[in-house]
Each structure stands twice: as C-alpha cells, then as structure tokens.
Design a protein around this ligand. Structure first.
Ligand code: SF4
Ligand code: SF4
Length: 431
C-alpha cells in the first residue's frame, strides 16, 4: 500500500487536558473525506511502515482513498470514471458572450446581442430533439443575460417549451440565471421565478461600483422580504463579491446578516489583484471572508469537492448557445480568436444534428492530459480542479489555477475546526 497522490495534509496541535499532541489532518481529493491521525502515525504511513498500526485505521484510510494499492494508476482511474455516460444535459444560453460561469477566470467585456428572429423556434426544436433522442433524465438550463427585461419574452417562450417537453417526458428540469442585480426588481423576479421557473440567481457585486452594488443589495433584500418562498425552494442567490478591500466585503456580509437572509444566500469572493498584492494575499483575504460569513451563520462550503471535469467546456453533455444559434463547447467562445472558435464549434441549432462535431479541442482535454501530461497531470489538486480554464490556457494567458490552490491548507484547518465544533461525524479521528 502507498499514500494516494491526491491528498492534502496540514498539521495541528491538539490539546487534551494537560497533554498536547501534534496531529495531521488528511483530506482525500478523491473521496472528499477527512481523517485525522497523530503525526507519528502519519510519518509511518508516509514511509509505508504499517507494522503495529490499528487495522481499523488502515481500513478507514483505504475506504477514504488515502491509502491505495501499490501499482494502482490513480490517473487512469480518474480518466475511466469520466468515461461514464451521463443521462443529463446542460445548456448555457449566452446572450452576452462572456462566461463568468463560476471560475471568474475569463470575464470579458460584455456586449448586448439580439438573438436572430428564428432563435426561439430553432432552439426549442433543437432541445426537444436532443432530450427525446438521447432519452435524457435531467436538463439544466443557465441563462446569461445582463438585463432580463430585454429578453423576457424570449425567456418565457423557451421556458414554457422546456417545461412542456420535460413534463411530458418525465425529465427533471432546473434553471438558473446569471444577471446584473440592479435589473432584478421584485416584479422581474416574480416573472422569472413563476413563469421561467428560475430558482437560482448568480449575481456579481462589484464594490468599485458603489451605486450599482447598493441598488442590487436593495433589490435582493426586498425580494427576500416580500416573496412568498417555500422552505423547499432552497438557496436562491449565489453572490460573488468582487473587491480589493476586505472591509467592503465584511460590510456586505453584515447587511445580509442583519436582514437574516442566511438560508437564502451563499457567497463567493473575488479579490482583485493590483501591483502590490500577491496570489497568497488574495487567497488569505478569501479565507478570512469565508470564515466571517460562516461566523455570521451563512452556509458556505469550505473545502472544494471532487469535480469530474474542469468546466462545461470539456463535458460532452454541456453546450453553450449564442444569439446566432451557434453551439460551442465553452461558454465564452464567441469573443475568442477565430482559430480557438473553430476548434471548439459544435455546429448550429438550425443544422441537422447529424452534422454536429462533438470531438472539439476542449472536449478532448482528458486525452490531452493523459497523452501529453501537462503540469496538471502531476498536480495533487486535479480531482478538485480538473485543470482550470482551458480558454485562458489556450489564449496563452495563464494556467488559470483556482484560488483554493493558494489557501487549501487553511481551508482544511477551518473545515476541521468548524466540523469539530459542530460535532460533525464526517471527520474520523485516530488519536
Ligand atoms: S489548473 Fe492549477 S490547480 Fe488545477 S490541476 Fe492544473 S495546476 Fe493544479
Ligand atoms: S474554458 Fe470553461 S471556464 Fe473557461 S471560459 Fe470556457 S467554459 Fe468558462
């Protein structure tokens, strides 16, 4: 047996009555399980010296994928897992030509675009053919629109069609929206929630734009105050706070905390880099804000969990459609270089689906990882990250590593302390 290469560890001193022991927290990026052992036990495991170790501990370490059999190629296992076919499909309807689908690594200037006249009909029949032909069971649709009122009729027509098709064919349908919060008034929200069945809203608060941020906060608080949500409606708003000052972020968290919105909001933090700040400092700010939000009662995931793919661009079951009906394997492609666009264009919703090209450059990322072994191949965070933003990489900007790369050990510590204080059973401790 040997230690898996996909683990993260950090040390902690644990005081029990008069005795203080040094402990190692081990997190498996494959199973997302945490095991805490004494430092000397960890040393033994690292040296593959299992003599005299508790058998229950060894079984637990194996079950958690922290210990693996010698000769196992974990990357192959990761790659094979990703070949499992899914029975779901995700469509990103992008009327603004930028991505911001979560990684925040590839935002571009937004351009408002008008869909083509036959956009609604073409996309409705494309969705119907895809869902029925492939016998799919789940359909996720994400809208990316600055001002939803500009496209409300388009959104309602497409949503009504989706609801009809999914209802008739027993397919689960879920929809979310990425928009500018200043346009999301109570009236607009009611239409989107009731007619388009949009249950999740991703909004970026840019602290540098004070006026827009204040309007957005006012809109969200007024929706949360007045809209008749049911308990099962779950968390509604995912807010990304973009700032270069930590106090601005604390102030925003405080506003939502005083309004007692903890069960409807989660936060992401995006600290802006200037010439004086290092990536480590940005990552420190992020963890401080994460901790602050948790202290205020918001539900935040501290540790990243396993992803099977880096992002939608590499997923055979994810597509992005632009205002012209072009289908891409990346949410931000329309503004990239002609060569990158061509390598990742799937086709058009009006084309016969038989001429669509599914083997695009980004979708072949797993093959590229296995055959050319770029730096991500040997990174212990690969199961949590998948390989970052491929567009950024392809455009030669950077690797696009997520911020958790720079604060993952702090996250592990915060997660451990948090779970320990709430007597959470997810952590297995061998003292
Ligand atoms: S993008 Fe960065 S963090 Fe992600 S796998 Fe590659 S090297 Fe690791
Ligand atoms: S490669 Fe992925 S993260 Fe990057 S822009 Fe495309 S969809 Fe977004």
């Amino acid at each position: 047996m040997k230690l898996s290469k996909y683990i993260i560890t950090t040390s902690i001193e644990d005081a029990k009555e008069t005795v203080t022991s040094k402990m190692t927290i081990i997190y498996s990026c494959l199973s997302n399980q945490t095991i805490v052992v004494r430092d000397e036990v960890f040393q033994k495991i690292t040296n593959e010296d299992f003599y005299n170790l508790d058998e229950r501990l060894i079984t637990e370490l194996q079950n958690s994928r922290i210990l693996i059999q010698n000769g196992n190629d974990e990357f192959v296992e990761l790659y094979d897992y990703d070949k499992v076919t899914n029975d779901n499909i995700s469509l990103f309807v992008n009327l603004i030509e930028s991505c911001r689908s979560g990684c925040n690594s590839c935002s571009k200037n937004n351009t408002i675009s008008r869909p083509k006249n036959d956009f609604v009909n073409s996309i409705n029949s494309y969705i119907e053919i895809e869902l029925i032909k492939k016998n799919l069971k789940t359909f996720f649709l994400t809208w990316k629109i600055d001002d939803p009122t500009e496209f409300i009729e388009t959104m309602i027509s497409i949503s009504e069609s989706n609801l009809r098709i999914t209802d008739m064919n027993d397919i689960y349908y879920a929809s979310s929206l990425i928009c500018e919060g200043e346009f999301l008034t109570e009236k607009v929200f009611a239409m989107l929630f009731n007619l388009c069945m949009i249950k999740k809203y991703h909004i970026t608060l840019k602290c540098s734009n004070y006026e827009s941020t204040e309007i957005t906060i006012k809109n969200i608080l007024s929706i949360l105050d007045n809209f008749p949500f049911r308990p099962q409606d779950g968390i509604i708003f995912e807010l990304t706070i973009k700032s270069d000052k930590i106090n601005d972020v604390f102030n925003i968290i405080d506003k939502f905390s005083h309004a007692e919105t903890q069960n409807r909001i989660t936060f992401k933090f995006d600290f802006l880099k200037n010439n004086d700040t290092s990536k480590d400092e940005l990552a420190e700010n992020e963890i401080e804000c994460l901790f602050y939000a948790i202290e205020k009662g918001f539900i935040q995931s501290i540790l990243p969990t396993r992803v099977n793919l880096p992002c939608a661009a590499t997923d055979q079951n994810s597509l992005s459609v632009d205002k012209n009906g072009n289908l891409f394997s990346c949410n931000a492609l329309p503004l990239s270089t002609p060569n990158i666009i061509e390598n990742n264009l799937i086709g058009n919703v009006s084309d016969d689906v038989r001429i669509h090209v599914h083997s695009t450059k980004f979708r072949n990322w797993m093959l590229e990882l296995r055959e050319n072994k770029p730096i991500c191949y040997s990174c212990n965070l690969l199961p949590l990250c998948g390989g970052g933003c491929l567009l950024k990489r392809e455009e030669g900007k950077s690797l696009g590593c997520p911020t958790f790369k720079y604060n993952i050990e702090d996250r592990l510590l915060v997660s451990y302390l948090n779970q320990k204080s709430s007597l959470n059973e997810c952590i297995v401790s061998y003292y």
